[in-house]
Design a protein around this ligand. Structure first.
Ligand SMILES: Cc1cc2nc3c(=O)[nH]c(=O)nc-3n(C[C@H](O)[C@H](O)[C@H](O)COP(=O)(O)O)c2cc1C
Length: 180
């Protein structure tokens, strides 16, 4: 059984990406995985300052925001799931802050190879290329960091809270649990 960290990226209660993330979490826990979830949209997060002092002061990030509260969980987990809506054809800022600060594991010489990584995302437009600006950077980072991208659930055409129920997004997200 694996430890999995799920990073949610929407502040909308009952929103589309959170609902899919919850379907994943329920299925993963039913399989016996240990899942910890955090919501980036509710955390105090900043981008990377590029100071290169990561882990040198005893903390992952010397600027000491909420990334430090989840750094150990990220390092310990075998799996990471990033769940977020598309904002401006890309990853929402708060989620991107977490991804940028994962750079601290590099600088700090931590072993974070071999993570199983999956994405759960949704957007209002119906064109699948809307996801490119979110999926491509993470897939490229995965190649660099030797993570295993185990699956992406990408659901276009959802906007209002509740729209996800009209799609198979939650079923896809639950099925993603089989990949961990
Ligand atoms: C700031 C902002 C930017 C957005 N940018 C896009 C976009 O570039 N393309 C798109 O199709 N939808 C965009 N959307 C719509 C959301 O992706 C869509 O409503 C999604 O279903 C919201 O998911 P949530 O309920 O999980 O928050 C944007 C929404 C917001 C609030």
């Amino acid at each position: 059984m694996s430890k999995i960290v799920v990073i949610k990226g929407s502040d909308r209660k009952g929103g589309n990406s959170n609902t899919m993330a919850d379907a994943f979490i329920e299925a993963a826990r039913a399989k016996g995985h240990e899942v910890k979830e955090f919501n980036a949209a509710k955390m105090n997060l900043n981008g990377c300052h590029g100071c290169m002092t990561c882990f040198k002061t005893g903390k992952a990030c010397s600027f000491d925001d909420d990334f430090n509260k989840i750094a150990d969980d990220l390092l310990e987990a075998e799996g990471w799931v990033f769940s977020f809506p598309i904002y401006w054809y890309s990853i929402p800022g708060q989620t991107k802050c977490i991804i940028d600060n994962i750079f601290s594991f590099f600088v700090g010489g931590k072993d974070f190879k071999g993570k199983k990584v999956a994405l759960i995302s949704c957007c209002q437009e119906s064109d699948m290329t809307v996801f490119d600006g979110a999926v491509k950077p993470i897939e490229r980072g995965a190649k660099l960091c030797k993570w295993d991208m185990v699956g992406n659930v990408l659901v276009p055409g959802v906007d209002a809270v509740g729209d996800i129920a009209k799609t198979d997004g939650c079923a896809q997200a639950a099925a993603l649990a089989d990949k961990f």
